[in-house]
Ligand binder design. Structure first.
Ligand code: BES
Ligand code: ZN
Length: 400
């Protein structure tokens, strides 16, 4: 109650300040769903200008300083978390309008007529996946004051992830763990590569950073247990299981912990753009962002339809039916590029985003100091379903 009043006061103060244009302000480009364009124009007045709208997506020029407020307002008034994607140039923003993702992929129908037949490999691995390991990793990641993309904690937590992944694959001559450094902020992304026989590449990723959306900054408490220690910990368990089974992939597997997702998908955007530039043949991307809060009574795994690939989503659904029986899955939409899958999709790579709940039943404590394990799930019984799905996805796609 008190917090709500405080928040409303804060919003009012913001409303007085956000409408004042300052020609000195740095402009950036964002893309938003056209249905939130009017709202954005009304709130920000001259600080925002529409550039072009097409097929329900609008490219908008906006003061950089207005972005944090936009994120909060979208959350509050538009029931969207963030609700925009930031672009470094007009060209990059326009690429969204041309949305090459689905079109490029249509030419390469890898997921047509799939067979799911790697039971002999997959089943023992799935049986080896342990919820207690995921729980333990979530606990360790949540213990950092935050994992904010700027400042000491976000760097320390990135190093912790790199060290943890390195120790899981030590002794494997086919595996390397590297930082992917970003020029504009300190927190690096982390990439674990298990080199296969071919250069075809499969990516399993999630964001490592956390944020306190109201206080922001590099010192505010942001445990991010669900968003997204849960995804990173799920991926960590997948890495452990794959290594434990001595699985040698045919294709190249990459596990990624992206930096700076919470401030506009920044880390994954740089990685996906660099992969595209180097023509890396990524045949499938799975994003795990929030896996440990079961919001919907009747659904366990919710596949986001937007900024993802339909064909791969069907394949993932079939994987769940086959390998994680008893698990109910369905579809929903974020309504905007809500996580790193959108960065890959924008570059034309097939991406999927299996999510923990529907949008209407999501965990509302994310981006606060209360995104803790006790709010999401104290035994990781939800996250373990995602680990099993991801193991099966990697091995089956590896055999396509
Ligand atoms: N995990 C969230 C995205 C999310 C939240 C998906 C709720 C589905 C339901 C992610 O970390 C996030 O917060 N993303 C930002 C993206 C923005 C900065 C482009 C957001 O939604 O505000
Ligand atoms: Zn988030």
């Amino acid at each position: 109650m008190k917090i709500k009043t405080l928040a409303s006061l804060l919003i009012l103060t913001i409303l007085f300040s956000i409408n004042s244009a300052n020609s000195e302000d740095k402009k950036v480009f964002i893309s938003i769903d056209t249905d939130s364009l009017n709202f954005t124009e009304k709130k920000f007045g001259p600080r925002v200008q529409e550039v072009e709208s097409r097929d329900g997506i609008s490219v908008v020029k906006i003061d950089e300083d207005a972005l944090p407020w936009l994120s909060i307002l979208m959350h509050k008034d538009f029931k969207r978390c963030g609700g925009f994607m930031r672009h470094d140039s007009l060209d990059e923003a326009n690429a969204i309008l041309n949305s090459t993702g689905e079109k490029l992929f249509a030419k390469n129908n890898l997921f047509a007529n799939y067979k799911i037949d790697q039971d002999a490999l997959v089943t023992p691995m799935i049986n080896n996946a342990q919820a207690s390991n995921i729980l333990n990793t979530i606990g360790q990641l949540s213990a950092f004051q935050n994992r904010y993309y700027k400042g000491e904690f976000g760097k320390k937590s990135a190093t912790w992830i790199k060290d943890t992944w390195s120790s899981l694959v030590k002794g494997r001559s086919d595996a390397t763990v590297d930082f992917f450094a970003h020029a504009k902020w300190d927190q690096p992304s982390v990439i674990l590569t298990i080199k296969g026989l071919s250069d075809e590449t499969i990516v399993l990723g999630g964001h490592q950073d956390s944020i306190n959306g109201y206080m922001g900054g590099s010192s505010a408490r942001a445990p991010g247990s669900d968003d997204n220690a849960s995804g990173i910990s799920t991926i960590t368990e997948v890495i452990r299981v794959i290594t434990d089974s001595s699985y040698r992939p045919l294709k190249t597997l990459k596990f990624m912990a992206y930096a700076a997702e919470e401030v506009g998908l920044l880390g994954s955007k740089e990685i996906a753009a660099s992969f595209k530039k180097q023509n890396v043949n990524v045949i499938g991307v799975m994003q795990l962002d929030m896996t440990n809060f079961k919001g919907d009574e009747s659904l366990d795994i919710v596949l986001m339809r937007d900024y993802t690939n339909d064909e791969q989503n069907k394949f993932v659904g079939a994987i769940i039916d086959h390998y994680v029986p008893g698990i109910k899955w369905g579809y929903d939409e974020c309504g905007y590029g809500c996580s790193d899958h959108a960065s890959w999709h924008t570059q034309g790579y097939p991406a999927s985003m299996p999510f923990e709940a529907t949008m209407s039943t999501m965990n509302h404590k994310i981006h606060t100091a209360n995104d803790t394990l006790s709010v999401s799930n104290n035994n990781a019984s939800h996250a373990i379903k995602f680990a099993k799905m991801a193991i099966a996805y990697l091995v089956e796609l590896d055999h396509r």
